[in-house]
Design a binder for this molecule. Structure first.
Ligand code: HEC
Length: 142
């Protein structure tokens, strides 16, 4: 195991930077004030919103049983939505989610789309933020 020595301390007089320097095998490297054996407090970037599922996770869990999107879900009751953004705008997509029977899509995997199959309850089940995120997610799929 390499011997790691803490050299010039944080904020040392000769060191204008706030970071500690660690002498490791003779070289000085910025160490973010880490001390061996102790965790650093370096913040890490996380993907997606801070709370709740991403739109993709929401789709996969809530809609994916009936709708396919390449690489995400394989449902074959309603239309494949892989390129829904290319044939529909956000307003149509929103209406399709909260009021599915307002317009009945034409082509479903097993033939003409059946009315009354897609649940009409999503408007109440999804929060406004979840609905917005789902609409954005689908409208961007071209
Ligand atoms: C129980 C099966 C089922 C579930 C669950 C379901 N759908 Fe559907 N969906 C359908 C069917 C069947 C249609 C076609 C009939 C129609 O237009 O209402 C459809 C139509 C659609 C359309 C219109 C597609 C087009 O090509 O015009 C969109 C958009 C859509 N669904 C989105 C969703 C989203 C988003 C969810 C999840 C919140 C969801 N669906 C959940 C069965 C389902």
């Amino acid at each position: 195991m390499a011997l790691v020595l803490l050299a010039a301390a944080c904020g040392g007089a000769q060191d204008p930077t706030p970071e500690c320097l660690v002498a490791e095998d003779g070289s000085l490297v910025p160490a973010g004030c880490a001390v061996e054996g102790q965790p650093t407090a370096t913040p890490t970037a996380t993907a997606g919103p801070a709370t709740g599922p991403t739109a993709q996770q929401l789709f996969a869990g809530t809609c994916g049983t009936c709708h396919a999107i390449d690489g995400i879900s394989v449902g074959a009751v309603g239309p494949d939505l892989t390129q829904i953004g290319a044939r529909a705008d956000a307003a149509y997509i929103r209406q399709s989610i909260i009021d599915p029977d307002a317009v009945i899509a034409e082509a479903c995997p097993s033939g003409a789309c059946p009315p009354g199959v897609m649940p009409k309850t999503f408007g109440g089940l999804l929060s406004a933020g979840q609905l917005d995120a789902l609409v954005d997610f689908l409208a961007a799929r071209r």
